[in-house]
Design a protein around this ligand. Structure first.
Ligand code: IPM
Ligand code: MG
Length: 355
């Protein structure tokens, strides 16, 4: 089991280190993980002049799965497009065709107090946000900032989806729902955008192949509202790249902190990139205060989705639960009466709690 470890920038390295620690502890009980590390993002730009060096891309291609940290930083934002850290992640997603992005939103009983929401709104919440990850405005052409004949500069991006791109994410949504509560809510903006009209048409058509799964549709604005009004109505939410980006940050607040959200990005052949949903958080990097649980839970998703090690994945999730129940909290999920711990100690506690 070959794992490319790409810690990246900001809090990426410190949270990834905790996930690697947990994987090594699992490995001690008989699994062989061949973990190789490479630079990505701002640190790769500093060292090699490019955020996605060729060696990193080929390591990612050869690996069975990828454990990713975060990338970015204030001082890289003025670099030309293509050389910015975020471009490395986007290229990786696109090059490896990691089109199906799973962002499970599951509220931990121990963290209900840390949520901004009332207990009755979020208790028992368990939904999957499935985001299309390789198309849409993120990659559509034409794009750019161009001067037109009227002398003004225009910013241009293209929202674009092919039928096959919509169909393949639809199939993933329906298959995922079949393993769960058999409900898919497709989120679009079909009332205004033709691209989204096609999205809705293909979702509906594909849904007919899954008569046992209930399909509903919401416009993105209504979905943003429903997600905080009554999140437990949802089982699987499937949506386009940009809408999914926005909805997943919104959804993170339901479970207390974005520091709790893991994710998996899969290609059709089962290859996966696993990463915490949070970004590089340069303001808290290197201070040993970041929450490593999203990274650790991403490693659990890797074991389950890429390596079919369901039991080991469940052990990690159980350990995270135990640690939270015992009251350990990083600053982002701290609540009076709990024990404030750092990044490293949180990782150690998870390892110690592994059943
Ligand atoms: C995410 C991030 C990325 C995205 C950025 C870092 C390019 O916000 O994974 O949600 O927009 O997809
Ligand atoms: Mg995002």
């Amino acid at each position: 089991m070959k794992i490319a470890v790409l810690p990246g920038d900001g809090i990426g390295p410190e949270v990834t280190r905790q996930a690697v620690k947990v994987l090594k502890s699992i490995a001690r009980r008989g699994h062989a993980f061949d973990m190789q590390e490479a630079l990505i993002g701002g640190c790769a730009y500093d060292a090699a002049g490019h955020p996605l060096p060729a060696e990193t891309l080929s390591l990612a291609r050869e690996a069975d799965s990828i454990l990713f940290g975060a990338e970015g930083g204030f001082h890289y934002e003025s670099l030309p497009r293509g050389l910015r850290p975020g471009d490395a992640l986007l290229t990786l997603r696109r090059e490896l065709d990691l089109f199906a992005n799973f962002r499970p939103i599951v509220s931990a009983p121990a963290l209900i107090e840390a949520s901004n929401f009332k207990r009755e709104v979020v208790e028992g919440l368990d939904l999957v946000l499935l985001r299309e990850l390789t198309s849409d405005l993120y990659f559509g052409e034409p794009r750019g900032i161009e001067k037109a004949l009227d002398g003004e500069r225009y910013g241009i991006n293209t929202m674009r989806y092919s039928e096959s791109e919509i169909r393949r994410i639809a199939h993933v949504a329906f298959r995922t729902a079949r393993e769960r509560r058999r409900k898919v809510c497709s989120v679009d903006k079909a009332n205004v955008l033709e691209t989204m009209e096609l999205w809705r048409e293909i979702m509906t058509e594909t849904g007919q192949e899954y008569p046992d799964v209930e399909l509903t549709h919401l416009y993105i604005d209504a979905a943003a509202m429903e997600l905080i009004r009554n999140p437990r109505q949802f089982d699987v939410i499937v949506t386009a790249n940009l809408f999914g980006d926005i909805l997943s940050d919104e959804a993170s607040m339901l479970v207390g902190s974005i520091g709790m959200l893991p994710s998996a990005s899969l290609s059709a052949d089962g290859k996966g990139l696993y990463e915490p949903v949070h970004g590089c958080a340069p303001d808290i990097a290197g201070k040993d205060i970041a929450n490593p649980l999203a990274a650790i839970l991403s490693a659990a998703m890797m074991l389950r989705q890429s390596f079919k090690l369901d039991e080991e994945a469940a052990r990690i999730e159980k350990a995270v639960d135990t640690v939270l129940r015992d009251g350990a909290r990083t600053a982002d999920i701290f609540w009076p009466g709990c024990v404030l711990v750092g990044t490293e100690e949180m990782g150690d506690r998870v390892v110690a709690a592994l059943p």
